[in-house]
Design a protein around this ligand. Structure first.
Ligand SMILES: [Zn+2]
Length: 186
């Protein structure tokens, strides 16, 4: 699948760090970071994410990427692709999961869910809807409209900020990963 940048006029995103559960992308032009999560089953209320503590740290440090949530059909066709701009990640949309039991490989590790139901509709931009791609121009207009909204001081007030991403590369994305080495750090 070819992804374009919703944040500027660049027509490609480059993949920064492939791994089993998530793929990270960066726009070489505007340096926005994106993380793609692919799901076969779709829960409109929440999606399962990685380490809870690491996610909280990323939110507090304002270094969450924009999130792309991709849903496949049973025949592996793209059904829905949702873009959640990074400004919408606040502590109130993160739900702590139960620690893993003593039978699990990573005892005591705590994962989290991202509560899609807590994210306002403005924060859920359709890129592909029911198998039909939304016009690129429309996606970009939405992204920039939402970004402007977020620049206005707002009621949520829990550390939302549009300061630009630090240029540290994929190391900033540890919070959503993935392999057990990283998760043990949390
Ligand atoms: Zn861009």
């Amino acid at each position: 699948m070819k992804l374009y940048c919703p944040a500027c006029d660049s027509d490609q995103l480059s993949q920064s760090k492939p791994n089993s559960q998530a793929v990270d992308f960066m726009c070489a032009k505007c340096e926005q970071l994106f993380q793609l999560k692919s799901l076969r089953s779709w829960n409109p209320r929440k999606i399962v994410d990685a380490g809870y503590e690491a996610m909280l740290r990323a939110i507090r440090a304002d270094r969450t990427p924009n999130l792309l949530v991709l849903q496949y059909s049973s025949t592996w066709l793209i059904q829905n692709l949702l873009l959640i701009p990074r400004v919408f990640f606040s502590e109130s949309v993160i739900e702590k999961r139960n620690p893993l039991s003593s039978q699990a490989r990573r005892v005591g590790w705590v994962g989290c869910n991202i509560l899609l139901s807590q994210i306002p509709d403005d924060g859920k931009i359709a890129v592909v809807s029911a198998g039909v791609p939304v016009l690129k121009r429309v996606v970009r207009e939405e992204f920039s409209r939402v970004k402007r909204l977020a620049e206005i001081p707002r009621r949520l007030g829990d550390g939302l900020s549009m300061s630009s991403m630090p240029s540290g590369g994929s190391g900033n994305l540890d919070f959503l990963c993935k392999n057990s080495t990283n998760q043990r750090k949390t």
